[in-house]
Design a protein around this ligand. Structure first.
Ligand SMILES: [Zn+2]
Length: 398
């Protein structure tokens, strides 16, 4: 073999082995990294799990349960399969007797993430978009990220006799409840957006998102945007002129306004602007747990006066505790202030939070509400009826 040929062979085999190593590495990263990340960010601290009474077990099976907030679409897992990490999949929703789960789409989150004073210059979601191969458009467009995740939820509901229904109208909701009378092994979801920055400043994106199945928009997430201020932003301003147009367009489609994460000024200005009931899908209340993210008494009263609904979160800075007793205490605080008709569950399952239990163990909350001395009728409202009535009144008819 002459020298030239030997060098050529070395280069050739070098290239082949580099390519093989890169391929193996990429396969390992793309196959295992998404579930590794999901597991790491959404742990369960089962030290918060409490013993369940027989009375709670029995009552739980009679309830129509609804939860206002889960970020499960963000992590790329196959939600049709029972998994051993994170908080939500369809089998676990059915196991936990959850009739309806709101699935919310996240498109941009600052890094590092602070409780206050985040700007919009950094973003952690791009990494997830790359790891989960959301496609090139989703790397550069927040609207595309939202539409990509919407497509994934729609795909779950596409099997005609499958266990998951996507609710987009009052009719869907009625049909689903007829079906669930005959088959207890089904569950349903509603699609929401967390942060109107994903509209990318375009009113026509409200129409696109409506067509894609979105029925709820949270105006702000972790930073101020061109629609409204965030409780975690820098200016924490109010509803912008573009935000007013967005609300009008949403109302024309019967889409629901979510003020979770919104700044105090935004909450006031939206309640002034609209006569429709609004949601605060996942939050705590300051009277029970005092921090900038949680609602104060004046806001709770205002939301109740507007016939709105407050979803109590399950994570630590929402309840100032780490079990279902703490969740029940936060709920009790709201019902003492405004009555039982304006409170619901807003777990924040899979929302990059540590929780005491997953969707399969929703009976934890029923159990804690019984111990907190709520009546069975009140528990039924808190666990889901308030949400289902709210949706039945506000969603588009068909
Ligand atoms: Zn959130």
């Amino acid at each position: 073999m002459n020298r030239k040929r030997r060098v050529r062979n070395i280069i050739f085999f070098g290239l082949i082995s580099t390519l093989a190593i890169v391929t193996v590495l990429a396969t390992v990263i793309f196959s295992f990294a998404p579930s590794f990340v999901a597991k790491r960010f959404n742990p369960i601290d089962s030290s918060g799990k409490q013993p369940i009474s027989e009375a709670a077990q029995t009552l739980h099976k009679t309830l129509a349960i609804a939860d206002l907030h889960a970020d499960s679409l963000l992590w790329g897992g196959d939600l049709t399969k029972l998994t051993h990490y994170g908080h939500v999949d369809i089998p676990r929703l059915i196991q936990g007797h959850v009739a309806l789960q709101v699935f919310t789409v996240v498109t941009k989150v600052p890094a590092p993430l602070l409780l206050e004073n985040n700007d919009d210059r950094s973003d952690d979601i791009t990494k997830l978009a790359v790891l989960q191969r959301w496609g090139i458009p989703a790397l550069f467009s927040l609207a595309e990220r939202a539409l990509y995740q919407a497509k994934r939820l729609n795909a779950l509901a596409s099997k005609a006799h499958g266990p998951f229904k996507l609710i987009t109208s009052q009719q869907d909701l009625s049909d689903y409840f007829v079906a669930s009378q005959q088959n207890s092994q089904i569950t349903a979801g509603l699609l929401g957006l967390e942060g109107a920055h994903a509209l990318e400043g375009k009113l026509e994106n409200v129409d696109r998102f409506y067509q894609a199945g979105f029925r709820l928009i949270g105006l702000a997430h972790f930073f101020d945007n061109d629609v409204s201020g965030s409780a975690h932003g820098i200016k924490k301003g109010g509803l912008t002129p573009f935000g007013q147009e967005v609300l009008q367009r949403m109302e024309s489609h019967h889409m629901i306004i979510d003020l979770a994460h919104a700044s105090a000024q935004t909450i006031d200005e939206v309640l002034d602007f609209t006569n429709n009931p609004i949601l605060v899908s996942h939050t705590g209340v300051r009277g029970n747990c005092n921090n900038a993210r949680n609602l104060n008494d004046r806001q709770i009263r205002q939301i109740a006066q507007h016939h709105g609904l407050i979803g109590i979160g399950f994570w630590k800075t929402a309840t100032c505790g780490k079990n279902a007793t703490a969740i029940a205490r936060a709920i009790r605080y709201v019902t003492d202030l405004v009555g039982v008709d304006y409170v619901a569950l807003g777990s924040d399952f899979d929302g990059a939070v540590r929780l005491p239990f997953d969707a399969a163990a929703m009976v934890q909350v029923t159990n804690a509400l019984l111990i907190e001395n709520f009546s069975k009728q009140d528990i039924a409202k808190i666990m889901g009826l308030n949400v289902l009535n709210f949706l039945q009144a506000l969603l588009p008819e068909k």
